[in-house]
Write a protein that binds this ligand. Structure first.
Ligand code: HEM
Length: 445
């Protein structure tokens, strides 16, 4: 009996000691390759505060980014897995575009076999290429033109929703109202369904939207798909792509719009200029916004671009190396399976790329100044063949929404407005949401 206990203890001790050696060896990976890296925390690597929901991943990546100001890249550890953070814009361009054939995949999800992980954003190589070419026409100019009217059809509902807040003199949570609006838009334009998030206090789709990143993907898509077409339930690829269109399609524009209203509330002179532009475009088109006149909302687009620079919902995105890649002008050679991260938040907030980076300054995106932006330093929608498939759809949706709101209402800070906004540390990499909502005062002009 005694000897069994001794043997058992020895086995456990051996496993434990081997584990410690394994972790130590792993944490030497970047040192051995001569890549700058800050000290990892045993077992957690650099992700401890992210795992425990204390800090958003963007800020953890930003610490690594800033720790070596002149480095072209820095190494971190995702728990035990090495992850290379790319800082040099030229190298970002190589990875996303020029040498895309080495980096066409994203890092696989931890549960890659899950039936809802077979979507365009996760699929590798050839399967991704096939699905992307099948889904690209969803956002062609002809399709966008037809979606324009569908989007516009929510303007009256949005207007009466906001009017209720003005009449009752209540502060409005821009995050909530924008979430309801984009839930309705995605439901109608992509699923062909009335989600009624703005009209119906008990809309089950708004309920899903609120939980979309908190509950398991399975329960969301099952609920959606049951309403769409039961036959689809057998097809993992269709189900997965509907799931990604729903989750990406509702959250990113709603977060951007709520930050935009926040920035406009804090900068009334910029808000006034956007409103003046909207009124001018409406006047020139008999009081209505047309698909073609969207292009005339030049300043509005500058404001949205600056909002996306400061508060990009895709605060970072990843690539997987699939073919050996010697980094140009460096001795580092990437091997298949190596992970890379493009730290969008840090690149957008780097003084070298955008002077005075925390200042909300839409002029950075004027026709003249836009040309001066260093290539691959503005990555709001990513870049290269895997760029956001719906970037034009999102810009159209956001412009229509701002037109509806700003032509009648004025947004200003109130006693509940948090300045600066705290970011929810429990969000995923593809989200950058305010923790406590975006509370504003809304009044009629
Ligand atoms: C303001 C709104 C949006 C922002 C800021 C945004 C941002 C992004 C970013 C940064 C990426 C990764 C690009 C890369 O890896 O190079 C991405 C990919 C993607 N986005 Fe968006 N997005 C937005 C709206 C939308 C909407 C409305 C939809 C769907 C209706 C959507 C669907 C997708 C999909 C499917 C991908 C994966 C594309 C692929 O891997 O081929 N996004 N988006």
């Amino acid at each position: 009996m005694f000897s069994i206990a001794v043997i058992f203890t020895c086995v456990i001790l051996t496993i434990f000691i081997r584990f410690i050696f394994h972790v130590r060896k792993q944490y030497n990976f970047w040192n051995e390759k001569g890549v700058p890296s800050t000290k990892p925390i045993f077992f957690f690597g650099h992700l401890k505060d992210f795992i425990f929901g204390k800090r958003h991943l963007a800020f953890i990546l930003d610490d690594a980014y800033k720790a070596f100001p002149d480095a072209r890249y820095v190494g971190i550890y995702d728990i035990l897995k090495p992850n290379l953070i790319i800082k040099d814009p030229e190298l970002v361009g190589n990875i996303l575009i020029k040498d895309f054939s080495h980096f066409h995949d994203r890092v696989p999800a931890s549960s890659n076999s899950h039936r809802l992980n077979h979507h365009i954003a996760r699929l590798p190589g050839k399967s991704w290429n096939l699905i992307r070419s099948k889904l690209n026409p969803t956002f062609s100019t002809i399709k966008l033109k037809s979606m324009f009217d569908l989007m516009e059809s929510f303007s009256d509902t949005l207007d009466s929703y906001v009017k209720d807040y003005v009449t009752s003199n209540k502060f409005i949570d821009a995050k909530e109202v924008m979430g309801k609006y984009t839930t309705d838009v995605i439901g109608n334009c992509i699923f062909g369904l009335e989600f009624d998030a703005l009209k119906d206090m008990n809309s089950k789709y708004w309920d899903i939207s609120q939980k979309v990143f908190a509950i398991t993907p399975k329960s969301i898509a099952w609920t959606i798909l049951r309403s769409v077409n039961p036959i689809l339930l057998n097809d993992n690829i269709i189900a997965s792509n509907m799931y990604i269109f729903y989750s990406a399609g509702f959250d990113t524009p709603s977060t951007t719009l709520s930050y935009c209203l926040y920035d406009l509330a804090l900068h009334p002179e910029i808000q006034e200029r956007v409103r003046a532009e909207i009124m001018k475009v409406l006047e020139a088109n008999n009081g209505i916004l047309t698909y073609d006149s969207l292009n005339d909302l030049v300043y509005t687009e500058m404001v949205l671009s600056e909002t996306l620079r400061i508060h990009n919902p895709g605060s970072s995105f990843r690539r997987l190396c699939t073919k050996t890649y010697p980094i140009p002008n460096s001795s580092l050679v990437l091997k298949p399976g190596d992970r890379l991260t493009i730290p969008v938040y840090s690149i957008h907030h780097d003084e070298k790329n955008f002077p005075n980076p925390s200042k909300f300054d839409p002029e950075r995106f004027s026709e003249e100044n836009k040309k001066k932006i260093k290539p691959y330093t503005y990555l709001a929608f990513g870049d290269g063949p895997r760029i956001c498939i719906a970037n034009k759809f999102a810009m159209m949706e956001m412009k229509i929404c701002l037109k509806t709101l700003l032509k009648k209402y004025k947004f200003s800070p109130c006693s509940k407005t948090e300045i600066p906004l705290e970011i929810n540390p429990r969000a995923t990499q593809a989200q950058f949401p305010p923790k406590n909502g975006v509370w504003l005062k809304v009044s009629e002009i």
